[in-house]
Ligand binder design. Structure first.
Ligand code: NAP
Length: 323
């Protein structure tokens, strides 16, 4: 079983964001059924954040894990200021890493999740107006108080990772990593491996693109604003994905499973998200899909580093993105 710092976790975790945030409507009963299935399948690593649905996501996860918390590794995040749960102490900033703010946010997350400790507490985006040492110093105090089990960073640069790790050992880095977003391979992955920090790829299915999603139907879906999903960019990117479709057909698997199996081949712990039990089960089955070196090379030729057309996030997103 993979290790993330001192935590032993399943080969895949579950990203709960889409149950409350970003990708359009989610049916509450189906969301709870999906979370129940996560636990039935034995998935032990669940990812949420204070900003997802403005606290709704943490409450939903809290309901699902009530009386079943033992053996789970629960991760949450603070630092993106968006809505009521995040406003206090943020000084009008869109990304906030002030020590007092971190402490106040954690208390809210603990309540909503109904737990006494959050296992991995991530700095969701780096506040460049606050020295990272100050933020990490406060998180180290929260760890000493037993309120968190480990400190994580999300979307941090190699320099920030090193500075943070020098202040207090970092348990995990969570950044985007998938076939169409391989930027972390150059500097970030070697850095976390050197320092012994666990790597948790978010959006391992390319926000659904690598599972076949095209233009979203729901007006509230944030992918309406993501350049990679728009117009010519989407068409060019889809031509690359057709190669994954073809490989999937040859292997008797789905495009999503091949995409996930590729991430899994990198010895990291992805946290794919879905609102549907059938997608969850199919994604979990990707654990059994082992890709040989020729297939991995074919996939990487289809999606060379930097070849995907369109920025990862809308230009208006706080720091490097809204989620
Ligand atoms: N740290 C950060 O800044 C950050 C940013 C983004 C995400 N995250 C975390 O990473 C997790 C995963 O990322 P993500 O949700 O953005 O993207 P993802 O896991 O790459 O993709 C999720 C999308 O793929 C679709 N999907 C999943 N499995 C599918 C399948 N088997 N067949 C067809 N469609 C499928 C989902 O739609 P359905 O719901 O219809 O299945 C959803 O739209 C999030 O839940 C969140 O916890 C963190």
């Amino acid at each position: 079983m993979p290790q993330i710092g001192t935590f032993t976790v399943t080969r895949q975790g579950f990203g709960a964001m889409g149950l409350s945030h970003n990708y359009g409507h989610a049916d509450e009963a189906e969301s709870l059924a999906t979370l129940n299935r996560v636990l039935e399948l034995g998935i032990t690593f669940i990812d949420t954040a204070n900003v997802y649905g403005n606290g709704h996501n943490e409450e939903l996860v809290g309901r699902a894990i009530k009386d079943r918390r033992d053996g789970l590794v629960i991760a949450s995040k603070f630092g993106i200021v968006g809505g009521g749960v995040s406003a206090e102490g943020a000084n009008g900033k869109r990304v906030a890493g002030d020590p007092a703010y971190a402490r106040a946010q954690l208390d809210g997350s603990l309540k909503r999740l109904g737990v006494e400790q959050i296992d991995i507490y991530y700095v969701h985006r780096i506040d460049t107006t606050v020295p990272i040492e100050e933020t990490i110093g406060e998180l180290a105090r929260l760890k000493a108080e037993g309120k968190i089990g480990g400190i994580g960073l999300s979307e941090a640069t190699a320099d920030t990772i090193r500075r943070a790790h020098a202040e207090h050992p970092i348990t995990a880095l969570q950044s985007e990593y998938s076939l169409w977003t391989r930027d972390v391979e150059a500097e970030i992955l070697p850095t976390v491996r050197e320092l012994g920090i666990g790597f948790v790829p978010f959006s391992p299915l390319g926000r659904g693109f690598l599972a076949g999603a095209t233009a979203p139907e729901d007006d509230k879906d944030v992918r309406h604003r993501h350049p990679r999903f728009q117009g010519d960019a989407a068409q060019i990117n889809a031509a690359r994905r057709a190669i994954v479709d073809d490989i999937a057909q040859r292997l008797g698997a789905t495009t999503a499973q091949v995409s996930l199996a590729w991430v899994l081949s990198k010895d990291v712990v992805p946290i794919p998200g879905t609102r549907h039990v059938r997608h969850l089960e199919s994604n979990w089955a990707a654990n059994d899909l082992v890709l040989d070196a020729d297939i991995i090379a074919e996939l990487e030729d289809a999606f060379p580093v930097g070849a995907t057309v369109g920025a990862r996030f809308p230009e208006t997103a706080p720091a490097q993105g809204p989620s």
